[in-house]
Design a binder for this molecule. Structure first.
Ligand code: AMP
Ligand code: MG
Length: 347
């Protein structure tokens, strides 16, 4: 090959390959994040992906949103046709068939119940319905104390929800009595995020974030940049107090007394309930964020830690490898485990 020929063939080849790649939309759109936001799970969910061609990104995000919508149809006790609703309408004290998908989530919830010695429970639906925080017409004052006392007297604590797998591989569930009903509100969002991330990965997306109203999981990065996450100030939720620069495979879920609440006679009543008292948890905290790999599990963990408070709650982290927590108390003081990724902003 003469040298003039060699000089030209390389740039021509490169240009040709570029053209083919462009035509087939094979080129990564580097440095651009593609996002889609939709209303799901009672909040705005934003999926952002990085490093894939536009067509592929749109397809993957669409599939992920469809998966979330399908899961909501299984998990939300408020939905008339959901599996959870059907189980809640069925009889108590007997074994009922349950889908593997729902069983897996209940199993995870029962693990958090065990870890937290009952501070967390997936069986609280009658109590959460009584308080009405997720109803269309939320309360503005607490329910009558006699109703809470009646629920408390009947609630079978650690025996509330039982799950078993038969020899044929099918799952069955038992709700002990009428004071028990399934409410997966504290783990469902994390579960949906985990599953939607898996959908994105199956579609070839390696860099993404799914953020459901501040509860989120990231994979990969934004090119050279990490994903940047803000944490709300519990007493001024429109402002953020910190940012976390996350990359790799990390989820961060937050439970706060500012998310759903009302003030009655000067006292704040919020949606995270203590199964031991029947009232909103009063552990001295206003916000609990947990970071870890598995959004479903740390979703449950954040609720459990909120109910238990700093002293009893922090030791739970040892049982979930890779989990880290940041607690903000009612005076705005912070307690955090060593590995929690956070940069505080100037106040
Ligand atoms: P989160 O915002 O993740 O802390 O979840 C709160 C939701 O979980 C509430 O809206 C209830 O549906 C449900 N919930 C409230 N208290 C508890 C509890 N102690 N254990 C399990 N789920 C709870
Ligand atoms: Mg939770």
């Amino acid at each position: 090959m003469n040298s003039t020929y060699r000089l030209y063939i390389l740039p021509v080849l490169v240009a040709l390959l570029l053209l083919i790649a462009l035509y087939l939309d094979l080129l990564p759109r580097s440095n651009t994040v593609q996002s889609d936001t939709r209303l799901a799970m009672g909040t705005l969910v934003t999926i952002s992906v990085w490093g894939v061609p536009q067509v592929k990104a749109e397809q993957a995000m669409q599939k992920a949103f469809m998966h979330i919508a399908r899961l909501e149809e299984v998990l939300a006790w408020q939905r008339p046709s959901s599996e959870v609703r059907k189980i809640n309408q069925d009889s108590r004290g007997t074994w009922l068939p349950v889908s593997e998908e729902l069983a897996k989530l209940v199993e995870l919830g029962l693990r958090v119940t065990e870890l937290s010695h009952g501070a967390f429970s997936v069986g609280l639906q009658p109590l959460t319905a009584l308080w009405g925080f997720s109803s269309d017409q939320p309360r503005s004052e607490p329910p009558p104390p006699a109703m809470i006392a009646a629920w408390l007297a009947a609630y079978p604590a650690l025996q509330a929800v039982q799950l078993r797998k038969n020899h044929d591989g099918a799952y069955q569930i038992k709700l002990q009595n009428d004071s028990v009903g399934l409410d997966l509100g504290a783990v469902g969002k994390g579960y949906a995020i985990d599953q939607a991330i898996a959908v994105l990965q199956q579609e070839g997306v390696m860099n993404a974030i799914i953020n459901a109203g501040g509860d989120l999981r990231v994979i990969g990065s934004k090119g050279a940049q990490p994903w940047r996450i803000g944490l709300q100030n519990p007493r001024e939720p429109e402002h953020i107090v910190s940012q976390s620069l996350l990359r790799g495979n990390v989820a961060m879920m937050t439970s706060g007394d500012y998310e759903r609440y009302f003030i009655f006679e000067g006292k704040r009543y919020h949606h995270i309930l203590d199964p031991v008292t029947g009232y909103p948890a009063q552990s001295g905290l206003s916000s609990v964020s947990v970071q870890g790999q598995n959004a479903s599990l740390i979703n449950g963990l954040s609720t459990a830690l909120f109910v238990l408070g700093a002293k009893e709650g922090m030791p739970l982290l040892a049982a979930v490898p890779g989990s880290e927590a940041l607690l903000i108390d009612l005076d705005g003081q912070r307690v955090q485990s060593k590995g929690f990724v956070v940069d505080w902003l100037q106040q």
